[in-house]
Design a protein. Structure first.
Length: 317
């Protein structure tokens, strides 16, 4: 048996091990060929050529994985006044998923959630509720159901802490999108009017500043949507947008920040309820679907998420 046959035999016994994310290609048969053997030079040449080819394939593979994936993070204040909005999000998660997939065929969506409350009256570890990125929507939905609303109404809360936690999620895709939902502002008089009760009016207890948080979001290429639920967050949002745009000027990727309005569909929903009363035995003629949106939340998230994904898909094509 000549040297080449020995090499082929060794290769068949131990196939190549390839790590697509570290460019690491192991040649298990390589260690068995002594340097003085004439087959060593042949293996060395094969390895170098193979390495070049595989790196090209790996780059293409990595690019394709990122291009076809969307990282979607919901950052939400989980306090009493946000109960309806949390319920709406839980109920509309499948609706959101289907809407995005219709707009972007072949997309894989990774879902994450960061719930935040405040510091007062809570034990350590109860201030936040983190669900890191999850591909399985059923698993994600199940984890959402475990969230319990806590905290007080009409108080400043730990918005900065919730956003800061978003930085530490396992972001992977090129298309990265975070949506903030809060009807209460952050701690500090700078961020709200006097009618908001604030236990820490001078500064955030942990010293967190939106300037630093927005800098990290831009550096990580995370697009951010600020969802306006009422006027209590107006001052805070202006400061956040300014801080984000300051960092935006330095960024090559150019992620974006936007503010959109959360709108309830009370009139439309009330009309639907009135129709139901007239057609008690014919509900299937009204809609036929179990889910009826009570706000624009599902459409807001799905539409903007699809836009972010398309934006980055164009860059990669």
């Amino acid at each position: 048996m000549d040297d080449i046959e020995k090499i082929i035999k060794l290769f068949n016994k131990k196939p190549l091990k390839i790590d697509f994310y570290k460019y690491n290609i192991e040649f298990p048969f390589y260690e068995y060929i002594p340097k003085y053997n004439k087959g060593y030079k042949i293996v060395l040449e094969i390895k170098e050529e193979f390495q070049k080819s595989m790196i090209s394939i790996i780059n293409s593979f990595k690019k394709q994985i990122k291009m076809e994936t969307l990282d979607l993070l919901i950052i939400m204040g989980t306090i009493l006044s946000m109960q309806d909005i949390l319920d709406e999000f839980r109920n509309s998660i499948y609706y959101i998923s289907e809407k995005i997939k219709r707009e972007c065929p072949g997309i894989e969506i990774r879902y994450a959630f960061e719930g935040f409350i405040d510091f007062i009256g809570l034990k350590e570890g109860e201030e936040y509720y983190t669900i890191d990125f999850e591909v399985d929507i059923d698993v994600f939905k199940k984890k959402l159901e475990e969230i319990v609303i806590k905290g007080r109404r009409f108080h400043a809360i730990d918005v900065a802490g919730g956003l800061d936690y978003g930085n530490y999620m396992s972001w992977r895709s090129n298309a990265r999108y975070a949506i903030l939902l809060s009807d209460s502002p952050n701690h500090g008089r700078l961020y709200h009017d006097n009618y908001i009760l604030d236990d820490f009016p001078e500064r955030h207890p942990d010293g967190l500043a939106f300037e630093d948080i927005m800098e990290n979001y831009v550096k990580k290429n995370i697009n951010l949507c600020l969802t306006r639920i009422d006027c209590s967050t107006d001052k805070m949002f202006k400061i956040m947008i300014f801080a984000y745009n300051q960092e935006f000027q330095k960024s090559k990727e150019k992620p974006k920040i936007q503010q959109l309005n959360y709108e309830k569909k009370e009139k439309k929903y009330q009309q639907c309820n009135n129709i139901k009363k007239n057609y008690k035995n014919k509900e299937n003629q009204i809609d036929g679907k179990k889910f009826k949106p009570t706000s624009n939340l599902g459409d807001l998230i799905s539409k903007t998420a699809a836009e972010i994904y398309k934006q980055y898909s164009k860059k990669n094509n």
